[in-house]
Write a protein that binds this ligand. Structure first.
Ligand code: ATP
Length: 205
């Protein structure tokens, strides 16, 4: 199925745009959710992680202690690579399965893959088109800080670790400009939706 990758930096408005695409009957597959699913209790990846890093990366209820795991891989590229080599193929499989279900579960003729790391992770190989949610960095910082009740310095660090704005926009086929109101963002999504319906019909024929 024709699939569009939806990406953007922290707090750029991906979820807001995704909600509007869903309103049009589009199956929006969330890469972050897929990443959480593959390490749920009962999944083989969680067993492998606990065997590799020890029980200290598990919470008392058996769930993954993400903060503990983050600490273990943060400054250790080899451990990070080990973790990525284990989880990335599983996440990809999870995404492919969710996208493949689109025609049975949703009315729109195309699907969306929402992923903050669409370009960096190689998940862009799963899509035919890239849509970037873009906004000035200062607005991004303000919105993300307000949403997370977080220290702006922390958000600034995350932004610095993500792909630079210009580089991300250079990879985009379409850009949603989220520098104005939510209503304006939704109006742009509505226009893109109409365009994607046409592109999807051309892709299938
Ligand atoms: P993350 O990747 O960090 O989860 P995101 O890209 O999904 O972020 P959202 O959660 O959609 O971003 O938006 C971040 C915050 O900014 C939210 O609180 C959202 O309600 C708000 N927001 C998004 N777009 C606008 C807008 N156009 N005007 C005002 N607030 C907005």
């Amino acid at each position: 199925m024709f699939t569009v990758g939806l990406t953007g930096g922290i707090g750029s408005g991906k979820s807001a745009a995704a909600a509007r695409f869903r309103h049009h009957g589009v199956n929006v597959v969330d890469a972050d959710r897929a990443a959480r699913t593959v390490v749920e209790p009962g999944r083989p990846a969680l067993v492998a992680i606990a065997e590799h890093f020890g029980a200290e990366v598990l919470l008392a209820d058996g769930n993954l202690d993400r903060a503990a795991l983050r600490k273990r891989v943060f400054d250790d590229p080899a451990e990070r690579r080990w973790l990525e080599e284990l989880t990335h193929p599983l996440i990809r499989e999870e995404i492919v399965t969710a996208l493949a279900a689109s025609p049975q579960t949703h009315s729109a003729p195309y699907a969306i893959l929402e992923s903050p790391l669409l370009i960096e992770s190689g998940q862009s190989a799963l899509v035919q088109r890239i849509c970037v949610v873009d906004l000035p960095e200062l607005t991004q910082l303000e919105r993300a800080s307000m949403r997370d009740g977080n220290d702006p310095e922390q958000i600034r660090k995350i932004m610095a670790a993500q792909m630079p704005r210009a580089e991300r926009c250079a990879k985009a086929d379409d850009i949603l400009d989220n520098d104005a109101s939510l209503a304006e963002l939704e109006a742009q999504v509505d226009k893109l939706h109409a365009r994607y319906v046409v592109l999807a019909s051309q892709y299938q024929s």
